[in-house]
Design a protein around this ligand. Structure first.
Ligand code: SF4
Ligand code: MG
Length: 287
């Protein structure tokens, strides 16, 4: 039996940056010949989260802020899947921030697309964890996910795209998918994806993005230099885009993925294979 799935049309506002993310992802699937049957797209909660309804792939809409542990589980359970997690700045940098730190550290084989619009769009325009970085009159300091990633030694792929820089975003999306398809681990791609309805940052970001890919003196292979450059640009009011840091290192679970013992190892942890032990354990606490 052949099962076909027709993605629904997005419900985003006209002009929302997320259309550009969807387009870049689908173009990257085409470029790399990635089939829907070998792809899983998991999302968090927010306007960005609905992208999994609109892309032809297996989909899962997880709880608020919990997309990364869910995606990590999917990637470990089926190493043949290309696993993509997606969400917004509220989902990933607020309630999901602890999971992001550990995803950086763990280097699980997942592409994480974080659509940053510096606002909570779905709930109608509250300040988000990144709002302060973009000139809004709030007192608390903004979170910079790229700088956070650079500070954690396990990170292997850190990049930032901007919807208005379509060629660069398309290229970064392809590189991020290649990283995951080669089982090199966690690829973090933040995309500046403005919310035209509640906080239109197009003019501000147009004026302030700085294309590191075009900077001939910059190398994305040096973590220390990347940190210094990123922070210096931030202090100048610039927003670095492009490939910011890249490193080759085995992904989380590489030893399982490399040999045939993976199913056996997972089977050892399957609760169905330990029913008697679990019942005995539960019995002890029910007495
Ligand atoms: Fe996009 Fe903002 Fe509309 Fe949500 S509210 S769909 S983020 S423009
Ligand atoms: Mg947001």
């Amino acid at each position: 039996m052949t099962i076909t799935y027709t993605p629904t049309n997005p419900v985003w506002c006209s002009g929302c940056g997320h259309y550009g993310v969807k387009g870049a992802l689908e173009r990257a699937f085409d470029v790399l010949g990635i089939q829907p049957c070998e792809t899983m797209l998991l999302t968090g909660i927010g306007c960005s989260g609905s992208i999994q309804n609109n892309v032809n792939a297996y989909g899962y809409h997880s709880m608020h802020g919990r997309v990364l542990p869910t995606a990590t589980g999917a990637s470990i359970a089926n190493p043949d899947l290309t696993v993509i997690a997606a969400g917004g700045d509220g989902d990933g940098y607020a309630i999901g921030a602890g999971h992001l730190v550990h995803a950086f550290k763990r280097n699980a084989n997942v592409l994480y697309i974080l659509m940053n619009n510096a606002v909570y769009g779905l709930t109608k325009g509250q300040d988000s964890p990144t709002s302060g970085s973009f000139g809004q009159a709030i007192a608390d300091a903004p979170i910079d996910g790229i700088a956070m990633g650079l500070s954690i030694p396990g990170t292997t792929f850190l990049a930032r795209g901007f919807i208005r820089q379509a060629d660069q975003l398309n290229s970064l999306m392809v590189q991020a998918l290649e990283h995951v398809r080669a089982k090199k681990g966690f690829a973090f791609l933040e995309v500046l994806s403005p919310c035209v309805t509640y906080h239109d940052t197009y003019p501000d970001w147009n004026a302030r993005f700085y294309d590191l890919d075009a900077d001939r003196e910059y190398t994305a292979e040096d973590r220390g230099a990347a940190f210094v450059k990123t922070l210096a640009l931030n202090e100048e009011g610039k927003i670095p885009t492009g490939m910011i840091y890249h490193e080759d290192r085995p992904c989380f679970g590489a030893d399982w993925l490399e040999n045939d013992s993976s199913p056996a190892q997972l089977s050892a942890h399957d609760p169905h294979n330990h029913r008697d032990e679990l019942q005995e354990l539960m019995g002890r606490y029910l007495m």
